[in-house]
Design a protein around this ligand. Structure first.
Ligand code: ADP
Ligand code: MG
Length: 623
């Protein structure tokens, strides 16, 4: 290696080689699909032409090419992200941040401007007759012209910045530099990367002899084209894996974990999968593409093969190479294919168990994984019941145990209080909201740990997964809670008798809003709270449904009163003293209900009415 240190800027080459390789893949696939396509697919390759005199580097491919519209669309603006926002950030950013941005937003092509003063792209799309020239100095403007005689494919010519060791710009017109960069970044690329070696100088002709024909320059192939997935893990370096990961995922980060799988037997296939370190910016966008590419005997036949990985593992990147599939298999056929389904089942199990292992053995990396992908991963609890227990095992959740560290369920179980045989949780919009809700009071007082589930998907999966490791998952906002234990039962009975008339009357008075009014042991500080029955929707879930446009009836819940609270005791006494006319207490009953709604962060059905009641009561209390 000429330069001992590789620089970040070198990665522009990986990006344009990666794009060229994609373009060759696409032409190949298109050629298989469309036998009449007017394009030569007999010698697909990438060619480097460095020129140290003019200080240019041209990287050309004879792949699919781009139409004029595609050039404007894909290259014209900062590709894909296309937003003015990113361009503005890019203009303002210092160099290091700019490189981050380039990676983060997948604007791979624009990385050429790290090393080039001007970039000229000439392209002609397979099947079209006129080509397009695009040129820019990377200042946000560009020119586009038609080119009558463009060869099919794409060539990119970089007018190189001067090499500057301080600034880590290498001499990219130097064949030795290019050779070593390909070895490092793009060795596995499946298409040959050729470079014309320097032609040997013809010898001076002796007198009377004809000048010798200049010797043909030799064509050198720079990459070994090794299919990394067919190698065992010990034969491939971490660096090679990382570069391959970056190529297939269009990402710039390191893989967090690499999974290599070689299946033999009835269906033979090889898979190489990666867990990314960083979340891609489109992880939560609808159009997020699947990350698995399907090969048949080392030939890419389908990019982004959604059939091979469920949506909840959409962050997994990789390739599957199956030997027995037909080369021109369609997506429709894939969906029905038994072999594909078997492969997918195996891959899912492997990915989930790998995440579990990560959690067991590399807690810091697992935490990185969880912070980036946990919310997506948990979707599997809803959608993949076969693997739900394994997914739960590999998951972590916030809890009252620690403010900052989420807990795995196995750890929760080891901390369970004596006699506790279920796992308690509460769902809500935020940690603060749940911590402030009355339902938690007695659990806090008794030191019983509660999981705090605040992701929208939590609302859904808790309804789908009833237990973990034989322990029921129980919402503290639902059903009856008896934290007093058996000793208190007789005392309860007496107390209940004293409260019975009030509870019955309140139930009738509030019948539009509640199913029942009862006393509870779950409150210590608050007067009242609302609880659902075991199967009812939480207010948050109702909100989610409404937000997604589905009409949901306002579900009634049970109003629970804290029998030791002064307000509740006074209410009972006033009720007892009031003989038959309880109309004076109606507004108090409504306010107790309203305060229970507010305490859990809920929305009042009729806030104006409640405001009036408050005003009236305040007036009375002040007079
Ligand atoms: P990405 O590769 O992540 O999509 P890039 O900025 O590297 O982002 O490229 C943007 C798009 O430009 C590519 O997706 C591809 O459609 C198009 N493109 C880039 N280079 C080529 C090429 N050599 N041949 C055909 N299309 C290309
Ligand atoms: Mg790219």
């Amino acid at each position: 290696m000429v330069h001992s240190i590789y620089s970040n800027k070198d990665s522009f080459l990986r990006e344009i080689v990666s794009n060229a390789s994609d373009a060759l893949d696409k032409l190949r696939i298109e050629g298989l699909r469309d036998k009449d396509l007017d394009a030569d697919i007999s010698d697909l390759h990438i060619r480097f032409t460095p020129d140290s005199k003019s200080r240019t580097l041209t990287v050309a491919d004879n792949g699919i090419g781009m139409s004029r519209d595609e050039v404007i669309d894909l290259i014209g603006t900062v590709a894909k992200s296309g937003t003015a926002e990113v361009r503005r950030k890019l203009a303002e950013a210092d160099e290091a941040t700019a490189e981050d941005l380039i990676g983060q937003f997948g604007i791979g092509f624009y990385s050429t401007f790290m090393v080039a003063e001007k970039v000229t792209l000439v392209t002609r799309k397979a099947g079209e007759s006129v080509g397009t020239r695009w040129e820019s100095t990377g200042d946000g403007t560009y020119t586009v012209d038609d080119v009558a005689d463009a060869p099919q494919g794409t060539s990119i010519t970089l007018a190189l910045k001067d090499a500057d060791e301080d600034d880590a710009v290498h001499d990219y017109a130097d064949p030795a530099v290019l050779r070593s960069l390909v070895k490092r970044y793009s060795d596995f690329i499946a298409w040959p990367i050729r470079m014309l070696g320097a032609a040997p100088e013809p010898e001076e002709p002796a007198d009377g002899e004809e000048a010798a024909e200049p010797a043909a320059p030799t064509d050198e192939v720079l990459n070994s084209q090794r299919a990394l997935w067919s190698k065992s893990k010990s034969e491939v370096s971490d660096e090679e894996y990382a570069e391959f990961y970056r190529h297939i995922s269009h990402a710039w980060d390191e893989p967090l974990e690499t999974i290599s799988l070689h299946a033999e037997g009835t269906f033979e296939y090889q898979a190489l999968l990666f867990l990314p370190t960083q979340a891609p910016f489109d992880l939560f966008m609808r159009e997020k593409s699947a990350g698995i590419h399907l090969y048949v005997k080392r030939v890419l036949i389908m990019e982004d093969c959604a059939e091979l990985m469920p949506e909840y593992l959409r962050f997994v990147q990789g390739v599957v190479d199956a030997s027995d599939l037909s080369l021109n298999v369609s997506r429709e056929i894939l969906q029905q294919d038994r072999q594909i389904r078997a492969i997918r089942r195996r891959l899912v199990k492997k990915v989930v168990s790998t995440i579990q292992e990560l959690a067991d053995k590399r807690p810091d990396d697992y935490r990185t994984f969880w912070d980036n992908f946990g919310r997506v991963f948990k979707e599997g609890l809803v959608n993949d019941s076969d693997n739900a227990q394994a997914i739960l095992k590999a998951s972590m959740f916030a809890s009252t145990h620690s403010e900052t560290e989420p807990t795995r369920l196995a750890d929760y179980v080891t901390r369970m209080a004596e006699g506790q045989d279920v796992i308690y949780y509460m769902t809500g919009e935020s940690r603060e909201q749940i911590l402030g809700s009355p339902h938690l009071e007695a659990f806090r007082a008794k030191g019983i740990e509660v999981l705090l589930l605040t992701d929208p998907v939590d609302e859904v999966w808790v309804g789908a997964v009833p237990e973990f490791d034989g322990k029921k998952l129980v919402s503290i906002a639902k059903g009856v809670v008896d934290l007093d234990g058996d000793d208190a039962e007789s005392a309860d009975e007496e107390r209940d008798a004293a409260f019975a008339p009030l509870l019955e009357w309140m139930g009738e008075t509030l019948s539009d809003d509640v199913t029942e009014v009862r006393t509870t042991s779950r409150l210590t500080d608050s007067a009242a709270c609302l609880v659902g029955d075991e199967f009812s929707m939480t207010p948050q879930l109702e909100k989610l449904y409404r937000a997604s446009g589905q009409p949901v009836p306002h579900s009634k819940r049970t109003l629970e009163l804290n029998p030791d609270h002064p307000l509740v005791m006074k209410l009972r006494d006033s009720f007892g003293a009031a003989d038959d006319d309880h109309s004076r207490l109606e507004s108090t009953a409504s306010l107790v209900y309203a305060s229970a709604v507010l305490a859990e962060g809920g929305d009042l059905q009729d806030p104006a009415k409640i405001a009036k009641l408050i005003a009236a009561q305040l007036t009375e209390s002040l007079s």
